[in-house]
Design a protein around this ligand. Structure first.
Ligand code: PLP
Length: 383
């Protein structure tokens, strides 16, 4: 009775099915190894926790934070973008703190679009994108991400007459773990500018990169018509803290600030201080966290290949995206695997029709647990 058309349009999630399957596994006495949720299991750096602890004892942090109070975090974000990507952003007008990238995206869509506008979204994609688009009343046009194109979209497939209001991308990508280079972002930004389309780049995995690979920022293609969402959830293992920032086109940042002004008062000041400290830490701190995920990748990928699974070696992110052997119905496979072995992975179909035939492993357990999970999955009947 109280469900608005807008709320009713938010798609349901197959994760409820996975929850039920995990419950059945537990009831049957199996140990559940949950590789279905991409939440970092590492702690934030000690120095960041120290800053937060001290802040909780500073009465100056207890009040509502105003925009002027966010200056230290905005300056830290600007410093990070300059140091890490060579991107210069004005801390006053081109950066805004977020209560996580997910919050930022939902409000950004409300801020820069009107109902009925067209949003180009990759398929598969992080599921909350679809919910945020539904809340904003957008007409979603999907861009397939196919393995043969390295899971990069083919903008040439968008008909000339289509003038999307915004294009939303995310590299390193969830769920496919694909990466994009700076030339890709230059091309995409030029395409967007030619059509009057805002390029939104969701960049929570910016520092979760492996070996010699370093992820570029879409802002390297210029700030005009480009906005990027950063998060400390994965880069600094601060998912529960709910903090990130948006940076880029001053008009888009101002629009976002206007909508958020009606919704929230910025993150708690202590969390802002912790985040600002985290963004100023030497790159080596982020590399150490990324190395943990890289070692897990190096345990899981060969173990899956030994079972005959087709899996690319991810260069970044905290996921492995693999084809489901034989049984192509990813939900049926993931539910069966969870029930029979206690190993929970995300079915590719949870990320859109383009994810069918794949499953996503979140690298959120130590290497030996991942190897054992792969062995157990090898026992699941696949036809
Ligand atoms: C692509 C993508 N965007 C955003 C988020 C959420 O980020 P935050 O914790 O900053 O809201 C996630 C979390 O898994 C993600 O994978």
């Amino acid at each position: 009775m109280w469900l608005s058309g807008r709320a009713g349009a938010v798609p349901g999630s197959v994760f409820a099915l996975m929850d039920a399957a995990k419950g059945e596994a537990r009831a049957a006495g199996l140990t559940v190894t949950d590789l279905s949720i991409g939440s970092s299991d590492l702690p934030p750096p000690d120095a960041v926790l120290d800053v937060l602890r001290d802040a909780t004892r500073d009465a100056a942090t207890y009040r509502y934070p105003l925009f002027s109070d966010t200056a230290p975090l905005r300056e830290a974000a600007s410093g990070y973008l300059g140091r890490r990507f060579g991107v210069q952003v004005d801390a006053q007008s081109e950066v805004l703190p977020l209560i996580g990238a997910q919050e930022g995206l939902a409000h950004l869509l409300l801020a820069v679009t009107d109902p009925g506008d067209t949003l180009l979204l990759p398929d598969p994609c992080y599921p909350p994108y679809l919910g945020a688009a539904a809340v904003a009343g957008l007409n979603v046009v999907t861009l397939p991400l196919r393995p043969e194109r390295g899971f990069l979209p083919d903008l040439g497939s968008v008909p000339d007459g289509v003038r999307p209001r915004a294009l939303l991308l995310n590299y390193p990508n969830n769920p496919t773990s694909a990466v994009a280079d700076a030339a890709f972002f230059r091309e995409v930004a030029a395409w967007c500018r030619a059509r009057g389309t805002l390029l939104i780049h969701d960049h929570p995995y910016a520092e979760l990169t492996f070996g010699e690979y370093h992820a570029p920022s879409a802002l390297e293609a210029g700030l005009d018509g480009v906005i990027e969402l950063h998060s400390l959830s994965k880069t600094h293992h601060m998912g529960g803290f709910r903090v990130g920032f948006a940076a880029g086109d001053a008009g888009a940042v101002a629009a976002l600030a206007r909508v958020k002004g009606a919704v929230d008062f910025h993150p708690y000041l202590g969390i802002q201080r912790a985040a600002a400290h985290a963004l100023g830490l030497p790159d080596a701190v982020g590399r150490a966290g990324a190395a943990v995920f890289e070692a897990r990748r190096d345990a899981l990928v060969p173990a899956l290949r030994a079972l005959g699974w087709e899996v690319a070696t991810p260069q970044a992110s905290m996921y492995a995206w693999t084809r489901v052997p034989v049984l192509r119905d990813s939900v049926a496979f993931a539910v069966r695997a969870a029930r029979q072995t206690g190993v929970a992975v995300s079915p590719g179909a949870a990320f859109g029709a383009g994810g069918e035939g794949f499953v996503r492993f979140a690298l959120v357990q130590p290497p030996e647990v991942l190897r054992e999970a792969a062995r157990l999955l090898g026992t699941v009947p696949i036809s």
